[in-house]
Write a protein of this length. Structure first.
Length: 371
């Protein structure tokens, strides 16, 4: 059971998220950069950036990239992997706003169908791609539209609930998505599958930032600047081995996310209307912040389907982005972490990313106590 959970819910979702990054996400960034530069000057180079971004964000391309990412993460054979492009393209387009979830489910099944016949016949080069594509196409025709509608409905419900009850939903979305970011699953893929944008997307960004910036700051004494970069710009998932050993170290970032989430939705009204995958990225490569900024100028299709419109960002928008994503996560997690250190819930070395560093820190404390 653990094998299948890892294969389908961890590996496949991570692969899907990487496919999204390499197509929709980077394409949106390139296109937005070109569009903003074109506002300053009409230049063929700037127009090229817009065109390149449009190529990368095409629904067919995004679907193919997601499916190939899923197949690669599942370690399928080359013929199955290459056939996944057609499957993902069809599922994403047919699934509409909920296309990513349709791609995830259909691509997994089509990949497994292809693996069943891969290298089993003398005409493998014909049989394997045919089985993979036909099974994926059949599933797309029968289910993609309904999977997409279901995913979009869940996303709309979360977004509607957040608008109706911004305080409580701000807490729930921020905490849950933040926890998912640190767990060995893909929060980005979850947000993409649900099309999480708007206030709910902003709360998700807040929760992810609380985890990444929070762990980076509160573990500075153990991990120094390397920890700031690896956790603050990389992933808080690096702390999972330490969390398993001492779950109490997770409390400061979780509490911080429970505070920044409702502040995001109620006070600053921060909306993430860029690509939905950005909602689950936090400060990883500043993707969450880039998603918020691109959403101001050109909302994504998912955001538009939920009623989003382009805006001219005010000082409060920029100030809120800075406070919610960087300042408060660091200050709150540091303060709560300091409190837990004082009551001995967090011991020296508990947050060290390298076992040797943690053992060394504990040894120093033991020597000090003996002296």
């Amino acid at each position: 059971m653990n094998k299948y959970i890892k294969r389908y819910f961890i590996d496949a979702m991570s692969g899907m998220a990487q496919g999204l990054f390499a197509s929709l996400l980077i394409g949106t960034i390139i296109k937005t950069l070109g569009q903003q530069l074109l506002r300053l000057s009409v230049n063929p180079v700037f127009q090229f950036l817009v065109d390149a971004g449009n190529f990368a964000t095409d629904a067919h391309v995004v679907g193919a990239a997601m499916a190939i990412g899923i197949g690669f993460a599942m370690q399928v054979s080359p013929l199955v992997l290459f056939s996944m492009a057609a499957v993902g393209s069809a599922a994403n387009v047919t699934g509409g706003a909920g296309g990513p979830l349709a791609v995830l489910i259909i691509a997994i099944i089509a990949a497994e169908m292809g693996c069943l016949v891969s290298k089993k016949t003398k005409v493998d080069i014909i049989v394997t791609p045919a089985v993979t594509i036909l099974s994926g196409a059949l599933l797309t025709v029968l289910t993609a539209k309904y999977i997409g509608l279901a995913a979009n409905s869940v996303g709309k419900f979360i977004i509607w609930s957040t608008q109706l009850q911004p305080f409580w939903m701000g807490i729930i979305v921020s905490v849950v998505v933040g926890i998912a970011l640190t767990l060995p699953i893909s929060s980005a893929a979850i947000c993409a599958a649900l099309g999480l944008t708007g206030l709910a997307g902003g709360a998700a960004v807040a929760g992810c930032c609380a985890q990444m910036v929070g762990f980076a700051v509160m573990s500075f004494r153990e991990n120094k600047w390397g920890g700031i970069l690896s956790q603050g710009l990389g992933t808080s998932m690096l702390q999972m081995p330490n969390i398993i050993k001492n779950p109490k170290i997770w409390l400061p970032p979780i509490i911080a996310s429970a505070i920044t989430g409702p502040l995001s939705t109620c006070l600053f009204k921060m909306e993430m209307n860029g690509a939905a995958v950005s909602s689950g990225m936090g400060t990883c490569g500043f993707v969450g912040q880039i998603g918020v900024i691109t959403g101001w100028f050109e909302p994504s299709e998912a955001a538009i389907s939920h009623g989003a419109m382009a805006i001219s960002p005010s000082f409060m928008n920029w100030f809120g982005l800075l406070i919610i994503c960087f300042v408060l996560p660091g200050l709150l997690s540091w303060a709560f972490g300091l409190l837990l250190r004082k009551i001995n819930w967090i011991k020296p070395g508990d947050l060290a990313l390298e076992p040797a560093a943690g053992a060394g820190a504990k040894k120093v404390v033991e020597n000090q106590e003996n002296n």
